[in-house]
Ligand binder design. Structure first.
Ligand SMILES: *Cc1c(COP(=O)(O)O)cnc(C)c1O
Length: 301
């Protein structure tokens, strides 16, 4: 099995602020863990793969959209271990396949499209498919199950001197990563989640209950104002920021999650959200394969 290194590489950045001062922060480079099973997906798959072996299953059946990092990571991890994989794909699977799905297929993943309306772990259509693949372990979309969470509780232990940070920020999709990090964080730490999905004000309370609720000594916060144009929606302004961030730090980011995270943190620093005594850690959760869907030349990296 792919083993996760005991220590994760990190970069110390000094980000130039408009007032001429520099805002220091550290980026934990989970994106460098593996070219395919990058970022938080390595952690989410760890205990799911162990469960496959424990339960003597033949592989994993999971779900995702056409650009899903989780599907790529699952397909590749299963391929590497000689396991089968099936991906239940949201909406149509269009030919020619995009980069993400082509990669999944090339690594042995069987792709089963379901209508957007039926795309739910508990829908009749999905249950029907699950019944036919009982020899595979079902893992929900994004690796959002207990095993996924358990893996994510190990992220901080792999970051050098993780206890020294007062603030830890990560991107949120399902919130599994946020919850895992928060569960492992200490009482003097604040864990801040930046959702990549636009959540209406009236739905934020429910989102917090479902995606951010976790037993922890740490303080937790979710900041909803940085979702930009919405999940997987991009703007020229975001590309410009990602290019600027790359030019100033040498760190590539992805269009769905980490680009928005970096933009959020630099915006918070401009707004003097952090005090001088704060030490800030950002979790770069990977996802760079998603950038392959952009026209060549959009990004500098
Ligand atoms: C999947 C993914 C996330 C979201 O993680 P959750 O645990 O679902 O919140 C964040 N960043 C990247 C790069 C991802 O691929």
């Amino acid at each position: 099995m792919q083993t996760i290194p005991l220590t994760i590489a990190y970069h110390n950045i000094k980000w130039p602020l408009e007032n001429g001062l520099f805002f220091p922060f550290t980026v934990a480079r989970l994106d460098l863990l593996h070219p395919v099973i990058s970022g938080n997906k390595s952690f989410k798959l760890k205990y799911n793969l162990l469960k496959v072996l424990e339960e003597k299953k033949e592989g994993i059946i999971t779900m995702g959209g056409a650009y899903s990092n989780h599907l790529c990571a699952t397909a590749f991890a299963c391929y590497q271990q000689g396991l089968s994989s099936v991906g239940i794909i949201r909406g149509e699977v269009m030919e020619p396949l995009n980069n993400t799905l082509a990669f999944c297929k090339a690594h042995g993943m069987q792709l089963l499209p379901v209508n957007r309306a039926d795309y739910d772990s508990y829908s009749k259509a999905v249950n029907f498919i699950k019944e036919q693949y009982r020899h595979l372990l079902f893992v929900p979309e994004g690796g959002n199950n207990y095993e996924g969470f358990l893996g994510c509780t190990e992220i901080l232990a792999a970051v050098p001197e993780a206890d020294s940070y007062t603030h830890i920020l990560c991107s949120m999709g399902t919130g599994t990563t946020f919850k895992g990090i928060a569960a492992a964080a200490k009482a003097h730490q604040t864990v801040i989640g930046i959702p990549a999905l636009k959540i209406k004000e009236t739905e934020q309370e429910l989102f917090l209950q479902q995606h951010a609720h976790v037993k922890t000594e740490a303080t937790t916060k979710v900041l909803f104002q940085f979702a930009g144009a919405g999940y997987a929606r991009t703007t020229q302004e975001q590309f410009n920021f990602m290019n600027l961030f790359y030019t100033k730090t040498g760190i590539p980011t992805d269009i769905v999650y980490t680009g928005k995270l970096m933009q959020a943190v630099t915006a918070l620093a401009e707004q003097s959200f952090f005090y001088e005594s704060c030490s800030v850690l950002l979790i770069h959760s990977g996802g760079l394969q998603g950038n392959n869907s952009l026209p060549a030349g959009t990004l500098l990296f």
